[in-house]
Design a protein around this ligand. Structure first.
Ligand SMILES: Cc1ncc(C[n+]2csc(CCOP(=O)(O)OP(=O)(O)O)c2C)c(N)n1
Ligand SMILES: [Mg+2]
Length: 347
């Protein structure tokens, strides 16, 4: 694929970390967002065709996710995602086919070999930790991982994601408190999409910003526009630097919006207006970034089409490979969950 080679136009005084990104790096961010979106859109199609039982979408969350991934070292840093982190896990090295196999419950899905619910990502090789369906439970586990890295004397960073509604869970407070007490190399990204299923933000908490709570744990709190990929990169870059340098944890609140229903089983018309959703579609993170790339002369109509075609082809190949993959053998049903099945006949 053709990519522009020259360096980005910089402002007179380069103050933001994102000012140092080359045109190729900016295009890489854009490609990651487009790939995440295309895999996600296809997942909806597969669900509506009746081939995939369930989908939970990250559409609209791509900017914070790919920006965060770009500041990390995949396979070295530790990552505890949540179910909307499709673009994030792809940017960390998972493949579209991994997600598709999970969607169809097929063998070869690295998260669980087709046993877990879809979008419950994990990948041992990439140091992507397993998450459970009870929301927020990954936060204290991630804090424990960060403590282990600190005790080992490494400069590994641990990142954990969750939604703003899940910050009402005790696990979130316990994890953040621990990260503050031990000054851990830990970054908690709250993807605040303003709803916890049908419950709007103002009924979830009495504070305006989740990040305002950071002071109570003795960690740094930052609010960022999670639909702005470059602003998200700047905030994450600084958080990662601080973590690697032993300066402690950061709570990043990325304000965004879920433009799709909560999941394929939800009808969001029952709790929010179409006008509100349409308003947010005009702040689509991919559209916003395209505008920047066009203005800087990095993206052209031709290159945009080329990137779209590339992403669609990747998705086509992943879907086909997943469809052609076998189901796990029934004997695998309890793998990773329990000890070996007893041999009842001998018992
Ligand atoms: C402990 C627990 N309570 C309730 C649920 C049901 N549930 C699944 S997702 C969700 C909403 C979470 O909202 P938020 O944290 O804002 O994340 P979002 O889905 O908006 O990205 C709820 C209540 C759950 N999975 N776990
Ligand atoms: Mg939410």
């Amino acid at each position: 694929m053709a990519t522009a080679a020259r360096k980005s136009k910089k402002s007179q005084q380069s103050e933001r970390p994102s000012d140092s990104l080359t045109d190729d790096q900016l295009l890489q961010l854009y490609k990651s967002m487009v790939l995440g979106r295309k895999v996600d859109e296809r997942s909806w199609v597969m669900n509506r065709q009746g081939r995939a039982p369930f989908h939970i979408s990250g559409i609209g969350h791509e900017a914070i996710q790919v920006a965060a991934a770009a500041t990390l070292r995949p396979g070295y840093d530790w990552f505890y995602p949540y179910y909307r982190d499709l673009a994030f896990v792809l940017a960390m090295g998972m493949k579209p086919v991994d997600h598709m196999r999970g969607m169809l419950g097929k063998a070869g899905d690295p998260s669980s070999d087709g046993i877990q619910m879809p979008s419950h990502y994990s990948n041992a090789k990439l140091r992507i930790g397993s998450i459970s369906s009870p929301v927020g439970t990954q936060v204290p586990i991630a804090a424990g991982t960060a403590l282990a890295s600190k005790l080992k004397g490494t400069d590994e960073v641990t990142v954990v994601c969750l939604g703003e509604g899940s910050t009402s869970q005790g696990d979130f407070h316990e994890g953040l408190n621990w990260a503050g007490v031990h000054k851990l190399p830990f970054i908690c990204i709250v993807q605040n999409n303003q709803y916890a299923i049908s419950v709007p933000m103002e009924k979830e908490m009495a504070v305006k910003n989740v990040a305002d709570r950071a002071i109570a744990y003795g960690v740094r709190g930052v609010v960022v526009d999670g639909n702005d990929v470059l602003a998200s990169y700047d905030v994450m870059y600084e958080a990662v630097q601080r973590a690697r340098n032993g300066e402690g944890a950061t709570l990043v609140e990325a304000k965004t919006y879920r433009v799709t229903p909560h999941s394929s089983d939800d009808d969001d018309r029952t709790y929010r207006s179409r006008e509100e959703v349409e308003k947010w579609k005009k702040r689509d993170p991919i559209m916003l970034f395209e505008k920047v790339l066009f203005e800087r002369g990095i993206l052209t109509d031709e290159l945009k089409q080329e990137i779209t075609d590339w992403a669609v082809q990747e998705v086509d190949m992943a879907e086909e490979a997943a469809i052609n993959s076998p189901y796990p053998d029934v004997s695998e049903m309890t793998k990773h969950l329990y000890g070996p099945m007893p041999n009842w006949e001998e018992a």
